[in-house]
Structure formats: C-alpha cells, structure tokens
Design a protein around this ligand. Sequence first.
Ligand code: UD1
Ligand code: CA
Length: 455
Amino acid sequence: MPKLDIVILAAGLGKRMHSELPKVLHNLANRPLLSYVLDTASALSPQRICVIYGHGGELVPKVINNDKVTWVKQELQLGTGHALMQALPYLDKEGITLVLYGDVPLIQIETLEKLIAMTAETSLILLTAELNQPSGYGRIGRNAKTNEITFIIEEKDATIIQQEIREINTGIMAISNKYLYNWLGQLKNSNAQGEYYLTDIVTMAAKANVKINAIQPEHVWEVLGVNSKAQLAALERIYQNNFANRLMEQGVILIDPSRIDIRGQLNCGTDVTIDINCIFEGLVQLGDFVIVGAHSILKNVKVAANTIIAPFSLIEESEIGENCRIGPYARIRPGTELANEVHIGNFVEIKNSSFSAGSKANHLSYIGDTVAGKNVNIGAGTITCNYNGASKHQTVIEDDVFIGSGTQLIAPVKLAKGSTIGAGSTITRDTPLNQLTLSRTKQISVPGWKRPAKK
Ligand code: UD1
Ligand code: CA
C-alpha cells in the first residue's frame, strides 16, 4: 500500500448558507460538519491530515481544536486547485493524496477504503455518482468509444449537451503525489468563475496517458454536500434515518423511525422502546426493557433495566436505576443519582441529589443538593430551600422519612430516620428519630366575619 496523506478542503465561503458562521462549522446532529470528515479521515490512519481553511479565519481551527491536524490557511479562496496547492509543502513526495471536502460529511469509511485500495503510485481515481438531478455539479466527460474519463467540466462552463451528462464529480479523489506537484503548478484560471479548478488535472492526466478510474459510492447520500440550509436539513434527516435503521436492526422498537433525533451516541439493551419525538444527546445508555415516552429529552444519561420514562421528561447528566418510574413531565438536572425502584412524578425538579432505593417524589416538588435515603416519601409541593442568596446548602433525608405536602426544608438541615413532617411545615432545624415534627401555625376561625361586598 502506498503512503497516504489526506487533504480536506474547507476554506470556501459558503455564500448560499447566508450566515456569519463558516460553512464547515454548521452543525449536523449537534456537531460541526468538518468534525465528521475529520473522524472519517482519522479512521483511515493516514500519515497526515491537512485541513485547508480560510473563510471565517481562525474560528475554524479554534472550534475544531484538533492539534493532530495540520491546519493550512488559504488566504484567498481562488478555487479547489489553489486550495490543494496550499497543502503541497506538507505532502509526501511519494505516496498518494486523498482529497475530501469539509462540507460533505456523510462519506463512509468503506467507500474511501475502496478508493484508496485502487490507487497505485501511478493513477488518478475519482469518486463519481449518477444523479437524476445533476445540476450544480461538475460533469464527468468520457470518451464515447473507450468510455475512459477524459475531462471534468464545471456546470458553469458546460455546453447544453454536456449539461445532459448525469455522471457527476463528487469532488472526492485520490491522486499519486508525484503527479500532483507537476499538475497543480500548471493550473490556469481561464474559466467562467476565474478560479483554479482542481478538476482540470483530469485533462492533464488524460493527456499524459495516466490511468484515470472512477468508482461509485454504495449510497448517493454519502457524497451529498451542504451548500444551503435546506441541504443541511436534508442531510440531518438522512443521518437520523440511518441511525434509526441501525437501532431497529439491533432490535430497538421505534414507534416512528422518522421522529427520533440522536445527537451523539445512543446505546440500547434488548427490547428497548422509544416513542415519538424523543431527543438523545451526548452519551445515552438505556438498559434492557427501558421505555422512553414521547417527547422526552435525555442528555448524557444512563438508565438501568426496566425503567419507564413517561412522556415529556427532560433528564440531563444523571444516572437512573432499575425499575424506576420517571415523569410524565419530570425534570432531572445534572448530578442526580436515583437508585432502583425510585418514583419521580409530574412537575418534580431534582438537581444534584441522590435517592436510595424505593424513594418517591410523585408531584410538584423541587429537590436540590439533597441526599435521600431508602423508602423516603416526599409529599406534593415539597421544596428544599437550598440557596440563601450566597451559597448552596445540603438537605439530608434519612431512610423511611415521610414528608407531608407543602413543606419547606431550609438547608442545611437533616431529617433523622423515620421522621414524619406534618404538611405545610417550614423545617429550619434537624428533626429527631421517628417523631412527628411540624411547624404549622394554629388554625383559627373568626366568628361574625363578613366578606367585603361591592357597593
Ligand atoms: C466542486 C467541483 C465540482 C464538484 C463539486 C462537488 C471544482 C472546480 N469543482 O464544485 O466538480 O461537482 O465540487 O460538490 O473542483 N474550497 C476551498 N477553497 C477554495 C474553493 C473551495 O477550500 O478556494 C473548498 C470548499 O470549502 C468546499 C470544496 O472546496 O469544501 C468545494 O468547493 P465549492 O466551491 O463548493 O465547489 P463547487 O463549485 O461546488
Ligand atoms: Ca459545493
């Protein structure tokens, strides 16, 4: 195998995105387009990856923040040929170079491996595709008799007849480096766009009798590029659809595979069910038989087996045990750990807290910076007052505590094992073991009192 260098072209303006942000930094499933291409490039283990950046300046290397990459700035964007020329000082004198585009994120490793395997020290291999609607792309010119590739013509330079050609240049190609030096130096910009076209090296190769071959990707979506917001949205759907299909192949039940969004990694055990319109971000792990109800959002969450997340729950940076029941409408914020058989009901917000096995907060509560033991029952409307305006304080609720509805726990405070708190209490001091504590004002009734009436 010849030595491999990879150059990713990512300096272009992306005019049709109508955005201040450089095109390759736009997100697909919450990650910049360029990071997908970089991951794929790294998987091919090249000696070097060069990224040609330019439009948007230092923002691109700054956001991507990858110091294994050789970042090469193209000060003026004078065309794809000019872009590749900027990488020449960094490329091996021998070996081959694979050219990728920063705005073509879904290209698959297997396709590139095939392309590389075909590229000897003496050849030019193109990745082409047959499109029903080829407009906007460069067209592949072939010799009518031999079918050999002889040129690529950009749409803006093409004759009406050439525009009929449906085989297009994806832009991805592999070239032997020893030609590259020579050919790039000879590029001219006498064309409709006044640019140095990388595609012109095809004509040079044909003239020099260098073997030009082409392969096609297995799926057309691999070579779709992003030039507009609509194309970005279309690629997002394709990406999500591929992910959904992979999950279903693993046995996950998706009630509607067209209504799931995974912006990161989602690992599922057996017989997991995911209802419609759920969003998964970061790393989410769902154990066997977990059910995720409709419209739930899970970000960096681990959920153990048999737990049910009821609809409209938002769970972030937390761990949930087995056989729990969460939601509907639960909000579980970072740093929450729930043991097995915990129940968290509607309109309960929990932050940076732990619940041991069998504890429940079923309705309308705020629990922050709290350690709750086993079999604790937190009544509706319980609030931990964990913040005094300056600092946060902890609430400790020991095993078997029962908290009546409408209680405020002013932290720092500890409710000893077996405490019962009367409804409507404001608890400011630690409570003793197994006793009833309440801080309710006495109920009074005013005889003879009359409601004010309008005159
Ligand atoms: C290019 C190809 C065309 C192909 C199409 C596939 C040429 C001349 N044309 O056209 O045959 O069908 O891609 O999408 O190569 N870039 C730079 N610096 C520049 C110009 C471009 O880094 O000076 C980068 C862009 O960021 C982008 C890629 O090169 O990632 C392609 O540039 P773009 O302007 O989109 O090329 P097309 O006109 O679409
Ligand atoms: Ca393009």
